[in-house]
Design a binder for this molecule. Sequence first.
Ligand code: TRH
Length: 405
Amino acid sequence: MDERPAAARGHRRPVRWDLFCRVVDNYGDAGFCWRLARQLAHEHGLQVRLWIDDLTTLRALQSGASAGSSCDGVRIEAWIDDDPRLVAPAPDEIADVVVGALACTLPDGYRAAMAVRRPVWIDLEYLSAEGWVPSHHGLPSPKPDGLVEYFFFPGFDAATGGLLREADLLARHDAFDASARAAFLASIGVALPADTPLASLFCYADAPAVALLDAFAARDEGWRVLVPAGVAPATAGHPVALAVPFVPQADYDRLLWSCSLNFVRGEESFVRALWSQRPMVWQAYRQAEDAHLPKVRAFVDRWCASALPGPAAAAALAGIEAAWNATAEAPPGAGPASCASPLSLPLSLPLSLPLSLPLSLPTALDALIEALPALRVAATRWARAQAAHPDLAARLVRFATDKLY
Ligand code: TRH
């Protein structure tokens, strides 16, 4: 492949980008789009409009975000169906690149005007570590009016769209020293001896959060678990829990870096936890018929195959992922927070834990804590190696430039 910049390859540069975001629920849609929009503006010098249908959710992540204003280099627009700029835009109001984030459907009027303007049109999909992703990434979907929509899949290897990562992320991580950590923790109201083992908890309402905190409490290291406001309300008052504010998105990395273990969920916090170089446990967004479990399995397999934590730590990660993502309807005989559907591991790994049997959450947590040193080394190895590859925003810009008509 010709690796020269687009201009050197004689391509014109797509400068105006429209990013459409429908907030289905939670924070992930807005969080992913906001991070991408800022990066396209900051690092690629693009003119980005973020059309979003739920500004309240965006404001939880970025204070001051309001419709019709510029924030952090991005023009924020309220996606309102009867906005004349969406109902009947002039062709030259259509951007050079139009991104329907997370498979959202574009507004009809805007979509009709695209037939004249002929922008690059990208359906930016959900992240998955599953094996089918590389063969679907970049596929065209030709339309009757001659436009082509391209599927762009985030992912974990070179044949996918990659993962979002700001250019300075690892440098900011490395500069986050003990005094920066103490200052950050103080800013969110955490005043504890510096050697207190800390975890953070971001999970869905159906996670066995109280059982997890009970399992931490049963250990003797004095673990404390930071629980952002609005997350796992049933843990309020638990002796291990420490209530902290739901921090702005720009501070969430610092929360992850302050802990030696992070529980995350969805896709956006999951990717940030991967870059945090700390061991983490992921709760996938639950789907009908347990369709999320193959995603968890694929992630564990892929991560262990590239991070190389060693067999015992890999087994510990698989065990906690299985226990934490188990469905509420456990099989007869299994405890409430046990592994209903054991996850597979790469066949090359000799297992040290009996993963064919359901693991209780306390057993899985004990094994995980034992494995933390190995997982931390592996997490750092994984992040350093991955950071050598272009991130999602860079791959997206390159992809769009190559597809210009
Ligand atoms: O909020 P989520 O559960 O979002 C989910 C997923 O994206 C899922 O795939 C999608 O289909 C569903 O929504 C509709 O989890 P996620 O993706 O981790 O997004 C959380 C965002 O919130 C992320 O940008 C980090 C941010 N965050 C903060 O900014 N401050 C905080 O204190 C916390 C806990 C999170």
